[in-house]
Design a protein around this ligand. Sequence first.
Ligand SMILES: *Cc1c(COP(=O)(O)O)cnc(C)c1O
Length: 432
Amino acid sequence: MTQAIPATKQTATFTKLVSKEGGVEYDLKPIHVCEETFAPLEVHYDYDAIRRQVSRESIAAGPNSIWRYRAFLPVASENPIDVGTGMTPLLKSTRLARRLGLKELYIKNDAVNMPTLSFKDRVVSVALTRAREFGFSTVSCASTGNLANSTAAIAAHAGLDCCVFIPADLEAGKVLGTLIYSPTVMAVKGNYDQVNRLCSEVANTYGWGFVNINLRPYYSEGSKTLGFEVAEQLGWKLPDHIVAPLASGSLFTKIYKGFQEFVKVGLVADKAVRCSGAQAEGCSPIAQAFKEGRDFITPVKPQTIAKSIAIGNPADGPYALDVARKTGGNIESVNDAEIISGIKLLAETEGIFTETAGGTTIAVLQKLVEQGKIDPDETTVVYITGNGLKTQEAVQGYIGEPLTIEPKLDSFERALERSRTLDRLEWQQVLV
Ligand SMILES: *Cc1c(COP(=O)(O)O)cnc(C)c1O
């Protein structure tokens, strides 16, 4: 449906794909692994060209979406697919910060990212723009849930055919939030890692654009915008410490890459940013390797309510370890009960309803503060990457219930009295 862009017209700033190990170089094709080392491929840029093209002013005058950073993204199109993704709020926390004992805490709120309420809309906007440039007419993904939502929605917007693969046991909200866009949905009886393996076979034989397989080098660059936006929203400054969730580890490494690129082209002053990562205990291969001082990942079988980050064999695990270690960060894990407490804590203190991945991140933030691994004086940014309305079953049974009353004043007053008594009893229980 769309024509591939001839290489000669690519005036863009991205120049080649380079293997993350050994540096073998490749043309800008829909490929993602080095044929020699089997390492992932990464997009490289001409930073002198970017420096000539952008300034703080030109970025600030750009679209109110990730495309204000187009010079840093691997697309050639003049008109990338813009569904309003990005530029989500960076909230200065008061109540959560006080609760945790932090002086300066910010919440990057991708629970309200457009159009499907998770950070995945960023990576998919980039991947599908690139898919269109390559001339793919069918796009696909192996998903833990949010990616299927994003791919289906943005493919619908762009008029691309779409077939997505998910584990069969996903939350109802994630399944419905994909089906509504009318893609083909394959619910695979297996975990994400099995879904991913199947998709690698399909990608090799069907000639589809898989956003997180053959388009992965382009896709993953979209996550840099979570670094760019935070730097811009802090007034063109880098924070001291960030905490973000880890699934494949890609997002985490790309926030770091985003900060570095802004330094490289002179948009922000250089500063050491500590990068800390969050995993669910029931799927924590990167956190385990971090704690044991290993630089390789031992795959695990996921067993956690945090399904959106349940990747047992994380492709970017070793690179995430490297980022955490070289920046002086940490990678911690929390159990399912702590994840639910994290969801509730963020909701009660800041009015933000996040999904299980966000609960994981908040609970890890709390743990790192308690362990003294985040200094109260550090300017800290916590990344909330998804929306709680999609994982309602996780908190079902851990929240209150409405007080059902007759449409009469005395019924209301009796119920109010009862609820106040209950509150007092709860407080007494807390105190004894
Ligand atoms: C996919 C996902 C992540 C992590 O993504 P990776 O880049 O694979 O580490 C974090 N949070 C949410 C809500 C996600 O859907």
